[in-house]
Structures are given as structure tokens and as C-alpha cells.
Ligand binder design. Structure first.
Ligand code: FAD
Ligand code: NAD
Length: 508
């Protein structure tokens, strides 16, 4: 859909560069809730990576795989499912529907209906509060913000400088979420979130030989170690060849080229690993982290280095820029590369800009009686970043792992419990595997971190997020009675176990 804005207009209160999830939210808070004249500048699709290339298509591919895995382990359904795989054509068609066949008309309409103008084009800063925007037809217009510019240009997949890797045109996250032809032999490079999730759906969609190569000793290294161990065990059970502690040092591939998203990018590729072994595959998936899209957005015109993450303060204002007019939200701020955290930062920014511009701002729950100390600051939410990794089993965590809490100098007490030992999880599937852990600040007897691993546990996480953000004492949590028979009984078992640990400790 063509973006809609008066072609002669050149000034708004707020300009948002990058119309992804976070940018949309910042614009909404500035425009709809605070009455500031706001424009979104988007080069590709309004909605960004999450809607079209990342969260939504990946979860659309993972859900049928998860349902089938659970059904295979549930008597009464298992016999119906038998050894059948997912219906690949139907799964890919649903994925295409989830991303609206890469048409952002509904999101542009939402923006316009919300009072946000939209310019389709590639924007670059040219000075304080000023941008040059190049439209798809090559024409350039200059636009100026009266109050603020918000950068939400996001990230793209990092392809490291491994000899032969770039020339082999490996698949990135965009290809693997938009897989159109299932490669039969595939190497996934990286044991982080994208690596583990994509290995799960590729194997579920029928990749015959899948090898996951990761340089570290365990998967999902930012999580509690048992999370990566449980995911590794399930991937291996499904037939994935895990190469941990291994790196790719070279790649050779004939006929490589960018033939289109999610299509084969060449003939067979041969990878050389650091132990001298070789592996030949039909496709390579690179899942080795992200690079900020800040290399060509005119940062040098305002004295900032091009290409890096943008360091921000707790109002998301870019550090080193006087005058409080430049903000950064979402991945590009490098604080937490997650959609929900970018949107949270965006809500803060919308309000901060409105407040600094003297506009009305939002006066709802964010200004509750008594007020958060964190009002108009994103520090509080960043104490408790929640994340769900949609592998089998799922991994859900919030706040600090035990290791990170100890590194931060917090005196912690921990408790763990087997998620499989609950009535609520026994009902879900026969071979349930999982584990949970709480990290407790001994000084305050409040949670600083929680991790749940298991099937169907994603929604357990928000209770833990509330407990961490709200600094709820464990003595109060004891009176939050979980429903029987649900996986939420893990809370009761963890607190009982902690009590027992403390009694035994007292006796000792
Ligand atoms: C495979 C995958 C799965 C993921 N799954 C999840 C998940 O389940 N849950 C979750 O929370 N997170 C997930 N993430 C992370 C999530 O996708 C990102 O955190 C999120 O997309 C970041 O949003 P953003 O607003 O920072 O910008 P992005 O979504 O990166 O978008 C930036 C936008 O800016 C535009 N742009 C860039 N430069 C310019 C310019 N100069 N002018 C105009 N426009 C420009 C781009 O076209 C793009 O639309 C996943 C990531 C990947 C790769
Ligand atoms: N469900 C979700 O919430 C979800 C899903 C996908 C992605 N994401 C987010 O997107 C971001 C990107 O995901 P990702 O998996 O690409 O990154 P990641 O940081 O999770 O994992 C990248 C992995 O690659 C390894 N690595 C990095 N450079 C390397 C190199 N040169 N050689 C060998 N190994 C290298 C790292 O050790 C790490 O284990 C993450 O921050 C993640 O939180 C979230």
C-alpha cells in the first residue's frame, strides 16, 4: 500500500525512523495519546522484522511442530497421528497468511487511522532534527522534527568473516523463516535462540540430516545451563546431529548466489570445522547474532560513529547528543533484542517526548497512585526482561540467571524442581521433561530471576515477571495459590522445596 502523506509537507513534531513494532508504538504514544503530529518513515514494510521476517513467521512454523510432538506423546491421540509428519504445504501456507503475504496494507491503515502519517522511503539524518528521505522512485525530500527523532532501524543477521561463508550466500533468519523449499541436508550455525528455534522447525518440516554447530559447550548460553541441556537432549532425540564446542573455519560452495528468499542459494556446500572434519550440506543457516542497522543512517552528520548500537539513557535518549531530541528504541539500542522490550521502550519514549514537549501525555496505569519510582524511565522493566524460546521443550526466563546474579554481586539462594513431577504436566504428555529454578535475593527475600523449561510453560512466565518487577516477598507469594492440576503448581513446589532447604540449613 502506498504510504499516505501530503507530498509538500516537511515538518512534524516527531519523526520515527523505522516503522517496526517499536516504532509503531512510539508513534502511537506520541500521536494518538499525546496529540503530537507524528510521521513514521519506513523503507520496507510497516511492522518490521517481527511481523514479517522473525517472530510471527517463526512461531507460525513452530506451532504445528509443537502440536504434533505433543500429540505423539499423548495416548489416545498418538495412535491417530502415527508416524505422520506435518503437512508441509499447509504449514507454509499458514506462515504466508500470518505474514499477510508480505503486504503491510493493514498496518499502514492502522497507522493512518491512529493519526500517524507514513512515508515510504529510506531515511538518513542530515543534521539536528532533520532527515533526507529517499523514496522508492529515487526522489529525495527533507523533513524536520519540531521536538524529537526516534531511531527504530533494528538489526539484521550478522554473517561473520569466516573464509568462504559470505560467498556461499548462506540463509539468514529471513530465509529460514520464509523457507519455501525444504533442504534435505542442512547445517545451522549457532546455538542461540534463532539456531535452536530454527533447528526445531526445520527438523519438524522434514530436513533429513540436520547438523547444529555451536562454538560453546552448551546451547542457549544466556540461560541457566539446564535449559540448554534439556533442549539439546530433545533435539538429539529428534535426530539432530549436535556439534558443540566446534566452529566452522571455512566454506566452499559452487554456483552460489542469491536466488531468492527461502530458496536454495546454490549447490552443495562443504564446511570445514576446526577439528579438520568436513561436512557437506544443501543449505547453511547462519544464526550468529545481529548487526545494528545504523551503518547508513547519517549518524556521522551529528557527530556519532556509524554502524554501532546506539547507547541510550533510561529515557532512551541517545547518549552524546545534546538537546534531548534524539532517541533510540528496539534492537538498535542494544539493551534487549526482543519485540516486547522494544515496544516497552517505545511506550516510555512516547511519553517522555510528550512530557518534554509539554503535551498531555498518558495518564493511565503508568501514573498509578503512589506512582512507580520508575515513571518515565525504562530502568525498572530492564531489571526483569522476560523471554520465551519456543523450542521443544520451551524455555521461559526472566531477570537474572544464578551466574549473572552472582556476577552482579547479589547474595543469592536458589531452588530447583523437576517440572515433570507435577500432576499438571503429567496430564500434558507422557514423556514430559522440564525443570524450574528460582533465584532469590537473600537480603530482601524477593525473586531476581526465574526459569521454567518444559512443554506448555510459556505463560507461566508472566507471574514470575510480576514477582520480580513488584519485588513481591516470598512470604506473600506463598499465599498465591496455584490452580490444580496445572503446571503453575510449580510455584508451590518450588516454595515448599525452598522451605525444606532452609529448615535443613537451620538444622545444619
Ligand atoms: C528468527 C527470529 C525470531 C524472533 N522471534 C522473536 C520472538 O518470538 N519474540 C521476540 O520478542 N523477539 C523475537 N525476535 C527478535 C525481534 O524480531 C526483534 O527484537 C524485533 O524485530 C526488533 O524490532 P525493532 O523495532 O527494533 O526493529 P526491526 O523489527 O528490526 O525493524 C526495523 C525497521 O526499520 C526499517 N529501517 C531500517 N533502516 C531504515 C531507514 N534508514 N529508513 C527507513 N526505514 C528503515 C526496516 O525496514 C525495518 O522495518 C526474533 C528475531 C529473529 C531473527
Ligand atoms: N523467541 C524469542 O524471543 C527469540 C527468537 C529468536 C531470536 N530472538 C532474539 O534475536 C536475537 C538474535 O538471535 P540469535 O540467535 O541470532 O543470537 P544469539 O545471541 O541468541 O545467539 C548467537 C550465538 O552465536 C554465537 N556466535 C556469535 N558469533 C559467532 C561467531 N563469529 N562464530 C561462532 N559463533 C558465534 C554466540 O556464541 C551465540 O551463542 C537474540 O537476542 C534473541 O533474543 C528472540
Amino acid at each position: 500500500m502506498a504510504a499516505a502523506v501530503d507530498p509538500d509537507r516537511s515538518e512534524w513534531d516527531v519523526i520515527v525512523l523505522g516503522g517496526a513494532a517499536a516504532g509503531e508504538n512510539a508513534a502511537q504514544y506520541a500521536a494518538q495519546f499525546s496529540g503530537l503530529e507524528t510521521v513514521l518513515v519506513e523503507a520496507e514494510l510497516v511492522g518490521g522484522e517481527c511481523s514479517y521476517w522473525a517472530c510471527m513467521p517463526s512461531k507460525g512454523l513452530l506451532r504445528p511442530v509443537e502440536v504434533l510432538n505433543n500429540a505423539r506423546h499423548l495416548p489416545g491421540v498418538a495412535s491417530l497421528v502415527g508416524r505422520a509428519g506435518v503437512d508441509v504445504g499447509a504449514v507454509l501456507a499458514r506462515r504466508d497468511a500470518i505474514v499477510n503475504n508480505l503486504d503491510d496494507a493493514s498496518q499502514v491503515k492502522w497507522a493512518l487511522d491512529t493519526g500517524i502519517d507514513v512515508i515510504r522511503g529510506y531515511g538518513r539524518l542530515t543534521g539536528e532534527r532533520t532527515l533526507a528521505v529517499t523514496a522508492p522512485d529515487g526522489s529525495v525530500r527533507t523533513i524536520t522534527a519540531r521536538h524529537a527523532v526516534v531511531i527504530d532501524t533494528g538489526t539484521r543477521a550478522a554473517v561473520p568473516d569466516i573464509p568462504g561463508l559470505r560467498a556461499a550466500h548462506p540463509w539468514t533468519s529471513r530465509d529460514v523463516t520464509h523457507v519455501h523449499r525444504i533442504p534435505s541436508r542442512t547445517a545451522v550455525l549457532g546455538g542461540g535462540v534463532v539456531g535452536c528455534e530454527s533447528a526445531t522447525w526445520l527438523r519438524g518440516l522434514g530436513v533429513e540430516e540436520l547438523t547444529l554447530i555451536h562454538r560453546g559447550p552448551g546451547l542457549l548460553e544466556k540461560e541457566e545451563p539446564f535449559a540448554g541441556e534439556l533442549v539439546a537432549a530433545e533435539l538429539q532425540k529428534s535426530g539432530v546431529d549436535l556439534r558443540l564446542g566446534r566452529s566452522v573455519v571455512g566454506v566452499r560452495r559452487d554456483d552460489a548466489g542469491n536466488t531468492g528468499v527461502g530458496l536454495p542459494h546454490g549447490g552443495p556446500a562443504t564446511l570445514t570445522l576446526d577439528d579438520g572434519s568436513e561436512l557437506t550440506v544443501d543449505e547453511i543457516v547462519v544464526a550468529l547474532g545481529r548487526t545494528p542497522s545504523t551503518g547508513d543512517i547519517g549518524l556521522s552528520s551529528i557527530g556519532l560513529p556509524d554502524g554501532g548500537f546506539l547507547a541510550v539513557d533510561d529515557q532512551q535518549a541517545v547518549q552524546g547528543v545534546p538537546g534531548q531530541w534524539l532517541y533510540a528504541i528496539g534492537d538498535v539500542s542494544g539493551r534487549a533484542l526482543l519485540t516486547h522490550m522494544g515496544k516497552y521502550q517505545a511506550r516510555i519514549v512516547g511519553e517522555v517526548i510528550a512530557s518534554r514537549a509539554g503535551a498531555a501525555g498518558v495518564t493511565g496505569v503508568t501514573k498509578a497512585p503512589g506512582g512507580f519510582a520508575a515513571e518515565l524511565s525504562s530502568a525498572e522493566g530492564h531489571r526483569a526482561v522476560p523471554q520465551v524460546t519456543f523450542t521443544d521443550p520451551e524455555v521461559a526466563s526472566v531477570g537474572l540467571s544464578e551466574r549473572r546474579a552472582r556476577e552482579a554481586g547479589i547474595d543469592v539462594e536458589t531452588v530447583e524442581y523437576d517440572m515433570a513431577a507435577l500432576a499438571g504436566t503429567y496430564l500434558l504428555r507422557e514423556d514430559y521433561a522440564g525443570r524450574a529454578k528460582l533465584v532469590v535475593d537473600s537480603a530482601t527475600d524477593t525473586l531476581v530471576g526465574a526459569t521454567f523449561v518444559g512443554s506448555g510453560i510459556a505463560d507461566l512466565l508472566h507471574a514470575a515477571t510480576v514477582a520480580v518487577v513488584g519485588r513481591v516477598p516470598l512470604s506473600a507469594l506463598w499465599h498465591a495459590v496455584p490452580s490444580y492440576p496445572t503446571p503453575s503448581e510449580i510455584w508451590l513446589r518450588l516454595l515448599e522445596t525452598l522451605n525444606r532447604q532452609r529448615r535443613l540449613g537451620d538444622q545444619g
